[in-house]
Design a protein. Structure first.
Length: 357
């Protein structure tokens, strides 16, 4: 029942997104992709100069493959960019939008800031990537080797957010749709994680459930607070956040962990309201040809009618996938979303205090 329901929605989303006219080239045989990657790595080391072990920063002219193969990102550099998209050898950071179908307002300055932040953190000895599955699990299912959490550190012991990029359940657009959000949250002092998941509605939700479980189980080691955590997501990632918020981790094969204090979702056509939704903030552009702003308004209205705190912001002129929306009418929306999350942290504490009297 659960698989059919979610898989159907995911299939419908992909069918709808396919109308954008963009050809998505996916890897068919993982073994071939691995061999090709290994060959490219050997070529980059033996046939040309690379930035391996160099301390210089990346810029808009930097080659994407040089970022991927930088020694600072040993073993996980490929996951910074969509692993299910073909990346040409000469692709530069300034042209990253070419491998991000359905997304708008891709900010190259932010892309450069993110990869330099990651490299700086890694070279300073900070662990920035955490696998969520064991070696045994990854051997049994090699696709799980392309999952994990990128950690954008805030203050030790601070609250935690998990961000989930979209990509139509075909690829994971983390470099635009979750890394920037996580970085901004870390600047505000929060501990933020960006999930790289297996494309597919069911597998994506299973990976998010595992990520929530992993962070609860390792909160002390990571120096994070998982009480009142939040789930963020854009497009397909917003569906993931909403589904985990409504159905819970046990529904997707993990132990039963607490629901988030807030779900923060961007531009998705999700319409089914279960009555179990956590407090929910949403934002979308009026010119979004994929996720109707009217559908999102209706979704938020239904949550409010059920007695749960909910809010939506609708921005004129914006199309699908605007991310943080820097330089647009949506700029600053994430500040409003964080305030919403904080208000619902406080509301939860007040309710608990009242019930204990």
């Amino acid at each position: 029942m659960q698989i059919k329901r979610i898989a159907l929605v995911g299939i419908m989303a992909v069918i709808m997104l396919s109308g954008c006219g963009t050809t998505v080239q996916k890897s068919v045989i993982r073994e071939e992709k691995t061999q090709e990657t290994e060959s490219t790595e050997k070529e980059s080391v033996t046939d040309k100069d690379t930035n391996m072990n160099e301390k210089e920063s990346f810029n808009a002219e930097s080659n994407v493959n040089d970022v991927i193969h930088d020694s600072a990102f040993d073993g996980y550099g490929r996951l910074i960019f969509p692993v299910d998209m073909e990346i040409e050898d000469n692709l530069k950071l300034k042209n990253i939008s070419s491998i991000l179908p359905w997304y708008s307002e891709v900010n190259i300055d932010k892309t450069v800031e993110i990869v330099n932040y990651m490299k700086s953190q890694a070279m300073n000895g900070e662990q920035i990537f955490y696998p969520i599955y064991s070696e045994e699990e990854m051997q049994e299912d090699p696709d799980k080797g392309d999952t994990g959490l990128f950690f954008f550190r805030g203050n030790a012991g601070a609250k935690t957010a998990i961000t989930n990029a979209g990509g139509g359940f075909v690829y994971v657009a983390g470099i635009h749709d979750s890394f920037p959000h996580a970085l901004e949250l870390s600047k505000k002092g929060y501990n933020a994680f960006a999930l790289i998941y297996r494309p597919g509605a069911q597998t994506a939700c299973e990976d998010l459930a595992r990520a929530i479980a992993y962070l609860h189980e390792n909160a002390e080691k990571l120096q994070i607070d998982m009480t009142d955590y939040s789930l963020l997501g854009g497009s397909a990632g917003a569906r993931m956040a909403a589904w985990l918020g409504s159905y819970g981790t046990a529904y997707f094969g993990e132990k039963d962990y607490p629901a988030p204090a807030a779900v923060i979702m961007q531009y998705t056509g999700l319409s089914q309201v279960t009555g179990m939704e956590p407090p929910t903030y949403a934002c979308v552009g009026i010119s979004d040809g994929i996720a109707s702003y009217r559908s999102m308004e209706k979704y938020i209205s239904q949550i409010e009618q059920n007695g749960t705190n909910a809010k939506i912001e609708v921005f004129k002129g914006l199309s699908h996938g605007f991310g943080l929306g820097e330089g647009t009418v949506a700029e600053g929306w994430i500040d409003n979303a964080v305030s919403f999350w904080e208000d619902n942290m406080n509301a939860g504490r007040k309710a608990t205090a009242f019930m204990s009297k």
